[in-house]
Design a protein around this ligand. Structure first.
Ligand code: NAD
Ligand code: UDP
Length: 320
């Protein structure tokens, strides 16, 4: 626990979302003060309601596409819808959130001369032709497709981060996050783990897009947040980008089968058209994270799914 003297004041944008709320729990547990800035587009107050009386926590409703004037020692920039359904709902706003949001948060970091973390994504690799994906791979992204608002927005944000680093000497940390799951994902978020678990618990058909042969690698949220903190505490000579994710690779059909077995559900599989530009394969090469952070994920898919199922069971009991 940090003392009042060594305590850091940390800004987390997107802190009412899935990853942000878990990150805030960890920051508060180690003694930091946290300012959460979120416009509640995909995040919910429910994710942070347990913190409302916490003396070192503050919530501010703010859209990162507008400038923010606060005094902090560190910034984690997580604000951005992450689920394809949500980021495609208002694609112009998604690009603005990534690009204008990055400019505003980098401007803040420049004024404060403070370290800033960017939640980038495996989507910068697009539909990758290099497998598993290494940080040196430049990616295969459609610049005009339905996923481009997110992919190109995040790519442009990376460009901005590295230009602020080269041009102005800003202390940056760029993490490329691969599919992460766990409690506090929104039940209607549309991402595959939350969809499958909710469908299984409600006894509804499990919607597999395409034939379910596309692959993803699923990281449990606690593992990911541990990597965020380790990365943020590395020296200024390591700006990233660094892949953060679990290298275990599963087809979407395998995931559906795991969820059915672990929930004991009678749900049947139904096959629906594959959305456009849906990447065929994805798996992080995490050699760099292993070397620089001494980190690798510890939670196996079945164990993480059990904790996630337990959380969604609670929501179903409450009538979600
Ligand atoms: P999430 O949708 O649960 O959280 C995003 C948060 O950002 C929400 O609370 C939302 O309300 C907020 N937000 C969105 N637009 C905003 C804006 N303009 N101003 C202020 N707040 C805004 O998603 P998540 O899974 O927690 O993702 C967090 C970050 O991590 C995102 O930047 C996402 O791109 C990145 N990421 C996540 C994953 C994953 O698998 N979860 C993978 C790759 C990258
Ligand atoms: N998917 C699916 N059924 C669903 C939701 C998603 O088959 O109900 C597939 C989707 O087409 C993709 C994978 O699961 O191939 C992961 O989708 P998600 O939206 O979670 O994230 P992505 O990695 O595509 O950004």
């Amino acid at each position: 626990m940090r003392s009042r003297i060594t305590r850091k004041r940390v800004l987390v944008t997107g802190g009412a979302g899935f990853l942000g709320s878990h990150l805030i729990d960890r920051l508060l547990a180690r003694g930091d003060e946290v300012l959460c800035a979120d416009n509640l587009f995909t995040g919910t107050k429910r994710n942070i309601e347990h913190l409302h009386t916490h003396p070192r926590f503050e919530f501010m409703r703010h859209d990162v596409t507008f400038p923010l004037f606060v005094e902090v020692d560190e910034i984690f920039n997580l604000a951005c819808p992450a689920s394809p359904i949500h980021y495609q709902h208002d694609p112009v706003q998604t690009t603005k959130t990534s690009v204008h949001g990055a400019i505003n948060m980098l401007g803040l970091a420049k004024r404060l001369r403070c370290r800033i973390f960017q939640a980038s994504t495996s989507e910068v690799y697009g539909d990758p032709s290099v497998h598993p994906q290494v940080e040196s791979y430049w990616g295969n992204v459609n610049p005009i497709g339905v996923r481009s608002c997110y992919d190109e927005g995040k790519r442009c944000a990376e460009t901005l981060f590295f230009d602020y680093h080269r041009q102005l000497g800003l202390d940056i940390k760029v993490a490329r996050i691969f599919n992460t799951y766990g409690p506090r994902m929104h039940p209607n978020d549309g991402r595959v783990v939350s969809n499958f678990v909710m469908q299984a618990l409600r006894g509804e058909p499990i919607t597999i897009f395409g034939e379910g042969q596309q692959t993803r690698s699923f990281c449990f949220v606690d593992d990911l947040v541990e990597a965020f903190l380790r990365f943020m505490d590395t020296g200024p000579d390591f700006p990233g980008p660094v892949n953060l994710g679990n290298p275990g690779e599963f087809t979407i059909r395998e995931l559906a089968e795991r969820v059915i077995e672990l929930t004991g559900s009678g749900s049947k599989l139904v096959f629906q058209p594959l959305p456009s530009d849906d990447p065929a394969q994805r798996r992080p090469d995490i050699s760099l994270a292993r070397e620089k952070l001494g980190w690798e994920p510890r939670v196996a898919l079945d164990d993480g799914l059990k904790k996630t199922i337990e959380y969604f069971e609670g929501l179903v009991r409450e009538g979600a």
